[in-house]
Write a protein that binds this ligand. Sequence first.
Ligand code: NDP
Ligand code: MG
Length: 398
Amino acid sequence: MPQEQNKGLQPKKITILGATGTIGQNTLDLIERNPSHFQVVALTGNQNIPQLVYQAKKFKAQFVATADADKYQDLKEGLAGCDIQCGAGKEAVLEAASMQTDICMAAIVGVAGLEPTLHAIKACKTLALANKECLVSAGKLFMQSVKELNTVLIPVDSEHCGAYQCLAAEQPENIQKLTLTASGGPFRNLSEQELQYVTKAQALKHPNWEMGAKITIDSATLMNKGLELIEAKYLFALEVDQLDMVIHPQSIIHCLVSLKDGSVLAQMSEPDMRVPISYSLGWPQRLQTPVAPVDLADMGQLTFEKPDMERFSCLALANHTLYNTQRLGPILNAANEIAVEAFLTDKISFTAIVEIIEQVMEKMESHLANFNPMELNDILQIDERARYLALEMLKLRV
Ligand code: NDP
Ligand code: MG
């Protein structure tokens, strides 16, 4: 594996939250390729203890935590004889997130990552943010904390990382519109009727990206793009009418920034998450990755289509949420997490995912009337209530 030297600079201390997931593993792949640039401080995981133990030993982490309190003995035994501290349960993950570092990669999936990432904002200089659910559920609180603590926030989600790069040299008043691209997922060309019969195995086969199960299903329903529009609204402080999306099946262009003079800036790369991850790890420098720059002549064609909100109605729900993200974001996110999990455990069909989310949103929206949660406890209570209702809806179906 070719290794790049760090030319006399101190290695950056790094913690990875969600190290055992696909983003976590890709992050460690880049660290392995650039060993003199990084020093791993802490790693966290949840169920996959063998992977966590392997990573901890290989990268000589100081501290390792699993979120699952029942897995403490497994982790302890796996690390026996090594000089690596470990812990299990929520407090242990928060301890890992609170270790002082140069970079924290926030890559836990779901709202489970919210509190650890809020702790990381206080402890690291640069937050590499993959976990989009943090922003969907608690974007205002999250961005306020980033601002107050002067933490550098680099988005890892490929579209947002691309937008961050395109926007770097632009004044806010020059920006007309940000367009996120979406591959359209594996069911882009299916009819409403056909969507009712798609299987879990089909939904888990994303045409372009290798990702964890939850985001892969979100990509198949197109909820992922809805979540990403909300993510973009918070990250770049844009108005709803400045946000757009377009289907681009090849996933080469990740975002388009339209400027007032008629220019459109785009960021391109092969669909390999190591490109945006490396940007966040290397910032403000660039790291060497094994990914070759795109060769347009070789590709021949890049295509674009308008999204179909009727067939992919998760997009319509997310669009509705965009107008009231602070109130509806935590509901949309929690109901989606429960519905996707139910699909992944064969409890509901693919098309039932959006039905459950819609029912939960309908039930909760009127009750919350003018309540815009800002405190973490209020957000977590709304999250809990939406999960409870989604589970109730599930019971009615089986
Ligand atoms: P994975 O499912 O592959 O990994 C999730 C990670 O979170 C694992 O380390 C897992 O541990 C850990 N985890 C799961 N549940 C909990 C919990 N309750 N508490 C603490 N840790 C937990 O997901 P991805 O790596 O694909 O995605 C991570 C985040 O990044 C998501 O928010 C996703 O939307 C976002 N993202 C991912 C992209 C991708 O290409 N994968 C692209 C853009 C954004 P374990 O495996 O040990 O159980
Ligand atoms: Mg994305």
